[in-house]
Design a protein around this ligand. Structure first.
Ligand SMILES: [Zn+2]
Length: 737
């Protein structure tokens, strides 16, 4: 969020943030892309805009209580009712404000302990409530919950501003920041002081009263617009579909895609099959359907989300968001929103981020032209008499893959069993970080599909944390895959058991049969588990600096790095075993996967990078009034966007950028982190290989355990002995460097 103000407000927004971070992993261009989808529970009788009745709050609200039970207390998922959220959030916000007032009005002179540490201890109730609120928002949300979100979003924004605009509090933080005593603090403590001070200033603590009031107004308006934007996208994803009436409409679709389309039809009470307006439904259809007319129809539906000129159209919302952001940046003393956002990132300035993006853009576009030429040649050879269009790209790419590398994705699948790969990630954690996972059965969960493991040190047996695994799709759960931190590691509030979760949306297999997943999905599992390991390895004192609470353009580095372990022979031989014969995946097939690793990287890079470039350009444009449709077209023309590719997220559906501030002017982060990732894996290959104990220990010590206690560039140098170089990324993607 805009500031790591207090622990609780950090967590409140961190929940949403991590969800987004993880959901749009660049490597998983397929089924795991970010997308929110609500399936409305039939029991709900609420209409749009209606607020649920308040519960009888004479009873103590269980969301406000301390977490009880084993492992130092666990979230009371078994006691949640949606009607409890509003009163719990309001009570917890009041408590937090009272905590903060006490700190601000302390008669003693400000010290690190009575101001900075006291802030770390403040608002623990809100932290607990907002954690569960975030979990519900992503995994158990229905219309009743959406109504609560609409009401609470501006209130939560105003709450944050009340803290950052508390003048007495800021004066104390500033006094500690400028004190001689600061120099005697440890480096972690000094970083925390710096972070608090910087975040308060970045949030307007130094503004005069009039400007502060305007800033708070802007933040509340933005919070409302963000909610509106997201709910519009959700409405179009949930409400639109393409119906398939006959066998002829299914031409080319593999059985798994037919089954999913049939299940989607049943859910919507339709005859036959249907393709939902979500990425996990659309992408496989575009990849396999032989029906070019239907591919075009499905493609148009998907890319027009939020842009249909109806009540869910997001164009004017975007214009308003951009204007408010530009005004806010000016108020805060920055030339643009992008400059404000990047000030506390690893890239530091939009110019540096743009420089990296443009360096990769040119070779990526050149590669797209080659890919299109290959596809066109194949189409011509078959006498298709077509010119490759955007709705043909995935279809012909898949066929070129087969022709060039003799690799059929469906051939790999029988070796990729969800549960075996889950064992695989846990085994890797044991090798790299000495973790041991044991099932924990005495922990309440929000749904019976969720399983929990306790995590301990293999050697000492010391308890480290809990890992919740929630792999299956269900009504009310956002699709995609993500990690969430339920309780972060720290030492200020005593003994803490870290709690993290990994979430995915696999469609449950038939009872008794192992669930098979794709290579992309397996990669995503390793990715999300990398975020979980970043949380579990944390070894810091202060909650605000813990685990994944690092710069936006650095947080994807640990997770993207973990993807590399999927294709290690150790994992493939032990865990990629055939679901019927139990035999490991043949070397020949592994070789084909490796040979085709850079295949289609032009497409993957360009569809992502074009969106990242547009995000940055929009937020560098200042306060002129922007028409998103015109801007999108002009910016893409100027960039030389290949005609055969559309943005991964067109502006009216770009949730990263318009559903909150967190990824605004920040979508470049995936590329930035991938430069570091590719370079970091080199440390292993240059040493003894991916399981080299010395490099793994260096990785734990300098990257996975340090959270935000150190500047990320410095942490990386401590690990690698130098700054990251872009060459490894270019090589990984098969571009000339
Ligand atoms: Zn991620």
């Amino acid at each position: 969020m805009r500031a790591l103000i207090s622990r609780s407000s950090l967590l409140l927004f961190a929940t949403a943030m991590i969800a987004l971070v993880i959901a749009d992993n660049l490597k998983t261009a397929g089924a795991n892309a970010m997308k929110l989808s609500f399936r409305k529970p039939e029991s709900s009788m609420l209409k749009e805009g209606e607020t649920p009745a308040l519960p009888d709050i004479a009873e103590p609200n269980p969301l406000l209580a301390q977490w009880e039970g084993p492992y130092g207390g666990v979230p009371p998922f078994d006691k949640v009712q949606v009607s409890l959220f509003k009163p719990a959030l309001e009570a917890a916000m009041s408590e937090n404000l009272a905590d903060v007032d006490k700190i601000a009005n302390d008669s003693a002179a400000p010290t690190f302990e009575n101001t900075i540490v006291a802030l770390e201890r403040a608002g623990q109730t809100l932290e607990r409530v907002s954690t569960i609120y975030g979990v519900w928002g992503s995994t158990m949300a229905g219309p009743e919950f959406q109504a609560v979100q609409r009401e609470m979003a501006p209130k939560l924004a105003a709450f944050s501003d009340k803290i950052t605009q508390n003048e007495a509090l800021f004066k104390r933080i500033e006094a500690v920041y400028n004190s001689q005593a600061k120099k005697k603090l440890s480096s972690e403590q000094q970083r925390l002081v710096w972070l608090d001070y910087t975040n308060f200033v970045r949030s307007g603590a130094k503004l005069n009263g009039t400007d502060k009031a305007r800033l708070s107004q802007i933040n509340q308006q933005l919070a409302g617009l963000f909610t509106k934007f997201s709910q519009n996208v959700l409405a179009e994803e949930d409400g639109q579909f393409v119906a398939l009436k006959s066998e002829a409409d299914l031409a080319g679709l593999p059985q798994s895609v037919r089954d999913a389309a049939a299940a989607a039809a049943t859910t919507k009470k339709q005859e036959g099959w249907l393709i939902s307006n979500t990425r996990s439904s659309v992408d496989p259809f575009l990849t396999y359907s032989d029906r070019r007319d239907l591919r075009e129809k499905v493609w148009r539906m998907f890319i027009m989300r939020g842009d249909n000129g109806d009540e869910h159209d997001n164009n004017s919302t975007i214009t308003q968001i951009l204007q408010l952001r530009a005004e806010r940046a000016k108020l805060l003393g920055f030339s643009t929103h992008a400059h404000w956002r990047l000030e506390n990132s690893m890239a530091k300035t939009p110019e540096r981020a743009m420089e990296l993006m443009m360096a990769v853009w040119k070779p990526a576009v050149a590669r797209v032209h080659e890919e299109v030429a290959d596809m066109q040649a194949l189409a011509d050879k078959e006498g298709a008499k077509i010119k490759i269009e955007p709705w043909d790209y995935r279809y012909y790419a898949e066929r070129v893959r087969k022709a060039k590398y003799d690799l059929d994705q469906n051939e790999v699948k029988p070796y990729l069993q969800l549960e075996k790969l889950r064992e695989g990630v846990l085994w890797v954690a044991g090798e790299l970080f000495n973790f041991k996972f044991t099932p924990a059965t005495n922990v309440p969960v929000a749904h019976s599909d969720i399983r929990v493991w306790q995590v301990a040190d293999k050697t000492s047996g010391k308890q480290i944390g809990l890992w919740y695994f929630d792999p299956y799709a269900r009504a009310g759960k956002r699709s995609g895959a993500w990690m969430n931190a339920y309780r972060t590691q720290e030492r200020v509030n005593g003994q803490i058991t870290t709690i993290v979760s990994n979430n995915a949306n696999f469609v449950k297999g038939k009872p008794g049969e192992p669930l098979l997943i794709s290579w992309d999905d397996a990669t995503t599992m390793f990715h999300e588990f990398g975020h979980a390991l970043h949380g579990l390895n944390s070894d810091v004192t202060y909650p605000s600096l813990s685990g994944t609470a690092v710069a936006r353009d650095y947080v994807e580095f640990p997770s993207q790095l973990m993807e590399h372990w999927l294709s290690t022979p150790e994992v493939l031989n032990k865990f990629a075993v055939h679901y019927q014969t139990g035999k490991p995946i043949p070397q020949e097939l592994v070789d084909k996967i490796k040979r085709s690793a850079t295949f289609n990287q032009g497409f993957i890079t360009v569809e992502y990078l074009a969106a990242a470039l547009l995000d940055m350009k929009l937020h560098l444009a200042g306060d002129r009034k922007i028409d998103p449709r015109v801007f999108e077209k002009e910016a893409l023309d100027e960039l030389g966007m290949p005609h055969e590719i559309v943005l991964r997220h067109r502006l009216p559906q770009f949730m990263h950028v318009f559903s909150s501030d967190s990824y605004s002017a920040g979508y470049y982060s995936y590329l930035w982190a991938d430069v570091i990732t590719a370079d970091a894996f080199g440390a292993f290959t240059e040493a003894g290989g991916p399981y080299d104990k010395k490099v793994a220990e260096r990785l734990r010590k300098n990257i996975f355990s340090v959270g935000n206690t150190i500047d990320p560039a410095e942490a990386y140098r401590n690990f690698r002995g130098r700054d990251p170089r872009v060459e490894a990324l270019m090589k990984k993607r098969g571009f000339p460097s």
